[in-house]
Design a binder for this molecule. Structure first.
Ligand SMILES: Nc1nc2c(ncn2[C@@H]2O[C@H](COP(=O)(O)OP(=O)(O)O)[C@@H](O)[C@H]2O)c(=O)[nH]1
Ligand SMILES: [Mg+2]
Length: 314
């Protein structure tokens, strides 16, 4: 049983018009009630509010000083992401305002949430399964439309459904085998050996298909690492700049211009491709270039794709 109430800023830290502070747990309404003063007749304190309603008012600290002017959303369990009572406070954005609201809520009795803890509670309370919990992170970190679409499908339970189906099929085969072993003399007609083998083979096919899409999923999530290598002055940095569509790397006619490795992600037909521009392979002129060249070899070793640039005039 999870009995404490957690709170965190749900929006990225930085300057923005608004920020959202989320509270989840048994005491979410009591804690929010301690630091929220509704304004106007239609605004209520959280414990008296109807579920899924929005309330205008001020966040005030223990000395009754106004911390920020906010909108507060009340969502009652179990119709929430965590299946716990949840309050979302929309306050002013920026480093100071949102932190001040969070500190007030923590002082009123909430505990600072650990990274991923709201999703963890959603999982522990049976709102989502592990495949969907993973998908929540993929939606947040998606770098292309295609990656987002794949993550959304998984979040909607497509992968969970397929795994559930596979489990049912295998349990069925297992039940037949066990019935045959445990009650050989009874009048149970088990599947024939041929049928059982057929069903196991289709389960294997199904697993192979899932594994193939797992690889696609990994590529969509992490992107493909593509190292650009070749001799100094072959045009590696020029190629990187062309692929990115802007002048990311310095290009000069002097060999040995690129010393450190440069990584940039481009969206190529929906797949995030991480291009790595390298120092180029030759005898190093100095210790700095030697280190750059060593890193070029490291990049090659970790890349899924190597773009070898050659000077056509040589
Ligand atoms: N003629 C010609 N010059 C190029 C081409 N690509 C790059 N360069 C020039 O070659 C020089 C070295 O290019 P750079 O991209 O810095 O090569 P890197 O050392 O492999 O990164 C620069 O002066 C570029 O302008 C190309 O396709 N044709
Ligand atoms: Mg270069």
């Amino acid at each position: 049983m999870i009995d404490d109430t957690i709170a965190a800023i749900a929006t990225p830290l930085g300057e923005g018009a608004l920020a959202v502070i989320r509270l989840s747990g048994n005491d979410a309404f009591a804690i929010a009630g301690r630091c929220f003063r509704p304004i106007g007749s239609s605004s209520k304190i959280p414990s008296e509010a109807t579920t899924h309603t929005l309330h205008y008012g001020n966040i005030i600290d223990a000395e009754e000083r106004v911390v920020d002017e906010v909108l507060l959303a009340v969502m009652r369990a179990p119709r929430t992401f965590t299946r716990e009572d949840t309050v979302e406070i929309t306050c002013h954005g920026g480093m100071v305002a949102s932190q001040a609201v969070l500190q007030t809520v923590l002082a009123a009795g909430a505990r600072s949430a650990l990274p991923g803890e709201f999703t963890r509670r959603a999982f522990l309370n049976g709102r989502i399964d592990l495949a969907q919990a993973e998908a929540v992170s993929d939606v947040i970190h998606a770098r292309t439309d295609l990656a987002l679409a794949a993550a959304n499908e998984q979040l909607a339970g497509k992968l969970s459904q397929r795994i559930g189906q596979l489990r049912d099929d295998l349990m069925n085969v297992l039940a037949h085998l066990e019935a045959h072993i445990d009650f050989p003399d009874e009048d149970i007609v088990p599947d024939t050996q041929v049928q059982l083998i057929g069903r196991l083979e289709s389960a294997l096919d199904f697993i192979d298909q899932l594994l193939a899409t797992a690889n696609e999923g990994r590529i969509l999530r992490r992107g493909i690492r593509a190292a650009i290598i070749g001799r100094p002055n072959a045009g590696k940095s020029s190629l990187l700049n062309q692929l990115l569509g802007h002048d990311r790397a310095i290009v000069t006619p002097t060999a040995g211009t690129t010393r450190d490795t440069i990584e940039e992600t481009a969206n190529i037909r929906g797949i995030p491709v991480v291009f790595i521009d390298t120092a180029g392979l030759r005898e190093a002129a100095d210790a700095i270039e030697a280190e750059g060249i060593r890193r070029s070899y490291d990049s090659m070793a970790s890349a899924e794709l190597i773009l070898h640039v050659l000077d056509a005039t040589e």
